[in-house]
Design a protein. Structure first.
Length: 276
């Protein structure tokens, strides 16, 4: 698919960028400040069938050799071809892993640390999560002080994973939340995400204000994340929130709700370059 064939909504804050044949969704200008940040799409990889083509995850049964090649291409496209990747075993909770030393080289096939967010001040390390309808959130402290990444489905949202990541990154960087910026990646849209009443009840336990975001038997996960970030101290202008629905954008994005178990995943990646 050529770049001309990809039309993003007029209000979409993320930019579609092609690097070495790989299509990425990226927050504009972050790289200018030494932050490598991207959400993968399904374009530019080597996987086949239901996983076509840029699937960076083994969790749904893709060929490990093809996943390894996809990961190599993806890291190269992001600009971190030789950087080690910190990966977590995501469990839909609120734990935040602090990456205080560089992991082993490469992108591990099996993650041992159970968490749903990561933060670090290290340079030359990529933080990662993978999603397929849940919300990926990238965080950065201004002036290159630190970075974070969050996996927020409805369970993690209800448990407070995003708030926990903001607090941990602020603690790590000795800064206030008003000094953070966030990029919220594509996720399933509210019109495609009908849920049972128990889901809304769980979210409202810790987010009593979220009546509009949980109304009519549907959940607006992206709006929830944006409002959580705002209520937790980020400036509204510092929050970029994608409006791309993973279920609707079939040519561009994977979706578990649309494709079932044999679905690829979207990777959210962020890393700090060394400052000269």
């Amino acid at each position: 698919m050529s770049t001309a064939a990809i039309l993003l909504p007029p209000q979409e804050p993320l930019a579609i960028c092609w690097h070495q044949g790989v299509a990425l969704l990226q927050p504009p200008s972050w790289a200018d400040d030494g932050v490598l940040a991207a959400f993968s799409t399904r374009l530019g990889g080597v996987s086949e069938g239901a996983y076509q083509s840029m699937n960076p995850s083994l969790s749904s049964g893709d060929d490990p050799a093809k996943v390894a090649e996809n990961r190599r291409r993806l890291l190269s496209a992001v600009g971190a071809p030789a950087w080690p990747v910190a990966a977590i075993h995501q469990v839909h909770g609120a734990d935040v892993a602090v990456v205080s030393q560089a992991p082993a080289a490469g992108w591990p096939m099996n993650a041992l640390v159970q968490a749903d967010a990561q933060v670090t001040r290290l340079t030359g390390v990529v933080l990662s999560v993978v999603v397929a309808d849940c919300v990926p959130v990238l965080l950065r402290a201004k002036k290159g002080q630190g970075i974070g990444v969050v996996h927020a489905g409805w369970r993690g949202t209800a448990a407070g994973v995003t708030e926990a990541a903001v607090e941990e990154l602020c603690r790590l960087c000795a800064c206030g939340p008003d000094e953070l910026e966030a990029a919220i990646g594509p996720a399933i849209g509210p019109e495609c995400y009908p849920v049972g009443p128990e889901v809304g009840r769980e979210i409202l336990k810790n987010h009593a204000w979220a009546l509009a975001e949980t109304a009519d038997g549907r959940v607006d996960l992206v709006s929830l994340q944006a409002e959580i970030l705002r209520r937790h101290g980020l400036k509204p202008a510092s929050i970029l929130a994608s409006r791309l629905c993973t279920r609707c954008a079939e040519q561009l994005l994977f979706s578990y709700r649309r494709d079932g178990q044999a679905s690829g995943r979207i990777a959210a990646l962020i890393g700090l370059q060394k400052q000269e």
